[in-house]
Design a protein around this ligand. Structure first.
Ligand code: HEC
Length: 148
C-alpha cells in the first residue's frame, strides 16, 4: 500500500511537471534560473521587426515601458525602463519575461504574451491562442537584447 501511494504521488508530480512544460511549447522553460530556451529549429528574430512590434498597438509595450526611441512621445512608467535591458539579462532571460512574466512574479501586471488564453470570458476568436506568435517573440527578444 505504501508503495502504491508513493508511485501514485510520483506519477502525479511527473504528470504535473510534464503538463507545465507543455504549456509553453516549443519553448523549454527552466523554472530554477528563470530562462526560456528556444529549440534550434526556430529561427532567430530580427531587431528592426522587433522594434516595430514593440511600438505596435497589438502589444502596447510602450503603455507601460520606456525605451530609447525619442520619436515616441508617450511612454509609460508602470514597468521599468527597458533601456539597457540587454545588458541585464541573457536572451533566454528576456524570453521568459515575454512568454509569461508571472512565472517570476505571479502578481505582475505585465501581460503573458505567449501563454494560451483560457479565461472563460474571452472572446471565442482569442480563446486557445497566444497574444504573440513564436516569430514575434523572437523578433522582440532580439530587439530588447540589442538595448545595451
Ligand atoms: C500593463 C503593463 C505592461 C505591459 C503592457 C508590458 N509590460 Fe513589461 N513589465 C511590466 C512590469 C510592471 C514589469 C516589472 C516586472 C514585474 O512586475 O515583476 C515588466 C517587466 C518587463 C521586463 C523585465 C525588465 C527588467 O528590467 O526586469 C521586460 C524585458 C519587459 N517587461 C518587456 C515588455 C515588452 C517587450 C512588452 C510588450 C510586448 C511589455 N513588457 C509589456 C509591465 C508591462
Amino acid at each position: 500500500m505504501k508503495y502504491l501511494i508513493f508511485t501514485l504521488t510520483f506519477l502525479f508530480i511527473l504528470k504535473d511537471s510534464y503538463a507545465a512544460d507543455k504549456l509553453y511549447l516549443p519553448y523549454i522553460i527552466n523554472y530554477s534560473n528563470y530562462t526560456a530556451v528556444k529549440p534550434l529549429n526556430i529561427q532567430s528574430g530580427d531587431i528592426s521587426k522587433g522594434k516595430k512590434i514593440f511600438k505596435s498597438r497589438k502589444t502596447n509595450c510602450l503603455s507601460c515601458h520606456e525605451a530609447p526611441m525619442l520619436e515616441e512621445k508617450f511612454q509609460g512608467n508602470f514597468g521599468p525602463s527597458l533601456s539597457g535591458v540587454g545588458s541585464k539579462y541573457s536572451k533566454e532571460g528576456i524570453r521568459i519575461r515575454l512568454i509569461n512574466a508571472k512565472i517570476i512574479n505571479p502578481d505582475t501586471i505585465m501581460p503573458s504574451y505567449f501563454k494560451v488564453i483560457d479565461y472563460p470570458r474571452t472572446k471565442k476568436k482569442y480563446l486557445g491562442k497566444t497574444i504573440l506568435e513564436v516569430e514575434e517573440v523572437e523578433h522582440l527578444v532580439e530587439y530588447l537584447y540589442s538595448l545595451k
